[in-house]
Design a protein. Structure first.
Length: 200
């Protein structure tokens, strides 16, 4: 959910392997156990959300269909997308993944973790007392304890809950004139910090 510059970033997390054959096997086992694997998966993505968003959304839809799921893509504008992205979520007869982007240019997980994963979070699909407890304790802690609690939460959300499928981290680039005294940070992706820019 956050890049290495964020407090508590956990370097021990590894993305799950891309394994279409395992996916086919698990889907077949679920079907044999009586699970209706034909239920629709409608991916709802927002137009112009980030560069190449349509292609990014098309890729997992194609991957899902290749292993036997029933997936489609619907691209919508921002107002319609918001109803799927923030509570209260509309009813669905199947599964509705919602691709989106998130940034944390402040360097502290409190900005991200509450509204994405807390039971009361505006964009949370998680309702887990352990997550709520870790968020509350990490938000109140300071120093090394704060970093350790966030790191524990990152691991739990990633490994045990798998609340999101995190695809990539977009990197912003800044060109700084030799005449300027300014060192870009991750926050520069979102705003130009005029008060921190000087002339040499």
């Amino acid at each position: 959910m956050v890049p290495p510059t964020t407090l508590g970033w956990n370097p021990n997390l590894s993305p799950p392997a891309f394994d279409p054959e395992l996916a086919k096997t698990l889907l077949a086992e679920a079907k044999a156990d009586g699970v209706d694997t034909s239920l629709p998966i409608e991916v709802v993505a927002r137009t112009e959300n980030f560069p190449n968003v349509t292609e990014v959304a098309e890729a997992p839809v194609q991957m899902l269909n290749e292993v036997g799921f029933n997936a489609t893509l619907r691209m919508v504008e921002v107002a319609e997308h918001e109803q799927y992205y923030s509570k209260p979520y509309p009813e669905s007869t199947g599964t509705r993944p919602v691709p989106a982007q998130h940034d944390n240019s402040r360097g502290d997980p409190a900005f991200s973790m509450f509204f994405k994963y807390d039971s009361e979070g505006t964009q949370s699909g998680v309702n887990d007392p352990k997550v709520d407890d870790l968020i509350a304790r990490a938000s109140a802690a300071t120093g090394d304890e704060r970093a350790a609690l966030w790191s524990e939460l990152f691991a739990y959300v990633h490994d045990d809950i798998a609340a999101d499928v995190l695809l990539f981290h977009m990197v912003g680039l800044s060109r700084v004139s030799e005449r300027l005294d300014f060192t870009p940070t991750i926050a520069t992706n979102q705003q130009l910090q005029l008060s921190e820019i000087g002339f040499k």
